[in-house]
Design a protein around this ligand. Structure first.
Ligand SMILES: [Zn+2]
Length: 181
C-alpha cells in the first residue's frame, strides 16, 4: 500500500460524502461514496469520484478534469534527501515514471488511476511492483539489488532522479508541499 495516498486538502474546493451505501462486492452497507473537486495549480479543476468499502476494502477512483490540457510534459525531480520524501506528486493515468539510476520504467497500464502520493509512497509502490515483477525492467541488475537501493534512497543515503513523462501534461509535483509532513 502507498504510505501517503491522501488527498491534498489545501486544493479541495468542494467535498461531498455519502455513507452506508451497499457495496457491490461484499453487499455490506459499508460503502462510502465521495466526490471532491480539486482546484490544483497548473492542472486546473479536477473532480475525483471515489468509492471505498470499510468492510472489504473495495475501492475505485475516477478523475474527471474540467479543463483538459493536452500539452505533453516531462517532469524531472531530483530526490536528494529525506525531506524530499514528503514532496507530493499528482500522477495522471497517462504518466510513465522513470528512474534512470535504477533502470526502472513504469508505464501506465489500462487500469491506471489518478493518484496523489508523496515521493516515499511512490518509491514504496515501485518496490511493490518490482516484487510482483510487473514492471518493464530494463536494468541488468537484479531486483533485490534495486529494492536495496530504493530503501537507501528512502533513508537519505543515496540520490536519484525521478522523471515523470506525461502525454496529457496533467501530472505534477506539488511543490508547495516541499519540506512539510
Ligand atoms: Zn465491501
Amino acid at each position: 500500500m502507498l504510505t501517503d495516498e491522501k488527498p491534498v486538502d489545501e486544493y479541495v474546493a468542494e467535498r461531498n460524502e455519502f455513507k452506508k451505501l451497499t457495496c457491490p462486492v461484499c453487499t455490506g452497507k459499508t460503502l462510502i461514496f465521495s466526490e471532491v473537486v480539486y482546484n490544483v495549480p497548473v492542472a486546473g479543476k479536477l473532480l475525483i469520484v471515489s468509492i471505498y468499502c470499510e468492510k472489504c476494502g473495495y475501492k475505485s477512483n475516477s478523475v474527471i478534469p474540467f479543463e483538459i490540457r493536452k500539452k505533453s510534459k516531462e517532469i524531472v525531480f531530483k530526490v536528494e534527501g529525506t525531506r524530499d520524501m514528503y514532496v507530493k506528486i499528482l500522477r495522471s493515468p497517462y504518466a510513465s515514471i522513470l528512474i534512470p539510476e535504477l533502470g526502472v520504467e513504469i508505464n501506465p497500464g489500462p487500469a491506471a488511476e489518478w493518484y496523489i502520493t508523496n515521493v516515499e509512497g511512490l518509491l514504496c509502490r515501485i518496490e511493490e511492483i518490482l516484487r510482483k515483477a510487473e514492471i518493464l525492467y530494463s536494468s541488468r541488475r537484479n531486483v533485490s539489488e534495486v529494492i536495496k537501493e530504493l530503501k537507501m534512497i528512502r533513508n537519505g543515503e543515496t540520490k536519484l532522479t525521478l522523471i515523470i513523462k506525461d502525454p496529457s501534461g496533467l501530472s505534477q509535483i506539488l511543490r508547495s508541499e516541499l519540506g512539510k509532513k
